[in-house]
Design a protein around this ligand. Structure first.
Ligand SMILES: C[S@@+](CC[C@H](N)C(=O)[O-])C[C@H]1O[C@@H](n2cnc3c(N)ncnc32)[C@H](O)[C@@H]1O
Length: 242
């Protein structure tokens, strides 16, 4: 594992640079600007909400368990936001491991950095970068919670993550619940259609298609895939191991 410092010191991970890594971006610049604008404006509210709901349904704990990390491992949290996954990831890799958060939105990273400083964690770093062109070239595990549905081509991005990590776990919304749960998710998808950059039509179907694209990438690019549904079947955690 290469030790390198970039934008906050991602020691223990192979960080290619602080803004973007190799290969073409699979998100266009206007989409990135929209993401940064929206998530930047909502960062304080998102931080509060995500922390308040962090243990709901056991989704985040399920994701970290599915990564199957060992003490001393390096794990990347793509689209880490304010760092809600950091405590469980840090616990999983222990004091000798590394957690690297990557996000494209400055105000989200400011909050993640503030969390790291408050807790005095020396083995957790944050890097500003585009997760579709990972600024990390090697890690033991890669996690993305509620991120890949924002990408127009999740298959390409998840496949790229499979090249750099032995274990890749993604959590996304998916309509696999009952009628009421799916209707609530449909309302959420319609409300956020602009953020997801869905074409006109069926936002829930498009959300499902992106979650399914992540699964196909894991099936095609890893040796073993596990899928588990949470919160009345509205959140799907998909894990691939090589
Ligand atoms: C819904 S939030 C999820 C945050 C965190 N993973 C969580 O579970 O609370 C989506 C996050 O993905 C980030 N994001 C979206 N597209 C990205 C990209 N191409 N590269 C890096 N981060 C991205 C946003 O800035 C935002 O912080």
């Amino acid at each position: 594992m290469v030790a390198e410092d970039a934008a906050g010191g991602a020691r223990g991970a192979a960080v290619t640079d602080s803004a973007g890594g190799d290969g073409p971006a699979t998100t266009d610049p206007e989409s990135i600007r929209r993401i940064v604008r929206e998530y930047g404006a909502w960062a304080p509210v998102y931080d509060w909400f995500a922390r308040a709901t962090a243990s709901v349904g056991g989704v985040r704990a399920g994701c970290v368990a599915a990564l199957d990390l060992d003490p001393g491992d390096t794990v990347v949290d793509f689209g880490c936001g304010p760092g809600v996954n950091f405590p469980a990831l840090r616990e999983a890799v222990g004091p000798d491991g590394r957690v690297v958060g990557v996000d494209v939105t400055g105000p989200m990273l400011d909050r993640a950095r503030a969390l790291v400083e408050r807790r005095g964690w020396t083995n957790v770093s944050v890097v500003r970068g585009d997760a579709t062109r990972p600024p990390i070239s090697r890690a033991d595990g890669a996690l993305a919670t509620f991120v890949t549905s924002l990408f127009p081509d999740p298959y390409a991005v998840v496949a790229r993550w499979c090249d750099l990590a032995d274990s890749v776990v993604v959590a996304n919304f998916a309509p696999h619940g009952g009628r009421v749960a799916n209707a609530a998710l449909g309302a959420f998808a319609r409300l956020n259609a602009r953020l997801f950059d869905f074409e006109v039509g069926d936002p829930l179907g498009q959300l499902e298609a992106r979650t399914e694209a992540s699964r196909r990438a894991l099936v095609d690019c890893t040796d073993e895939v596990a899928v588990e549904d949470y919160v009345f079947g509205t959140i799907r955690v998909q894990a691939g191991r090589s």
